[in-house]
Design a protein around this ligand. Sequence first.
Ligand SMILES: [Cu+2]
Length: 128
Amino acid sequence: MRYRSLLLSFLFVGTLAVSACSGSDATPTISLASIKLTTNPNPPILGKIELIITITDVNGQPLDEAEVFVFSSHTEMTSMAMNGKAIAKGSGQYALQTNFPMNGRWKITVQVKKPPLNITESFIVDFK
Ligand SMILES: [Cu+2]
């Protein structure tokens, strides 16, 4: 009797797991676009540098006509920051000429706005 109820509950859990799996397949993905960040030169150096942001939409197509903002902070120091707006280069690419004054780890947050799209993504970049 006890064995039978154990077996029944096991089967029930198994059924639940299967339905949860097929349910998650139908859920729409949360990420609306992908943001990639590279630097020129790469790997990044101190001084004059270009941040290159490549944005693609859900279908993998270049996302143009977006507003792209960059917020950077030196992770070891609270007061040091570098912010700017990237300029569209076409083909989903946006670039920001900037200058990082100190080496170490910088947290670079990229905000992409193209209503109703408004997403941010953060990157940790290590300046040698
Ligand atoms: Cu600093």
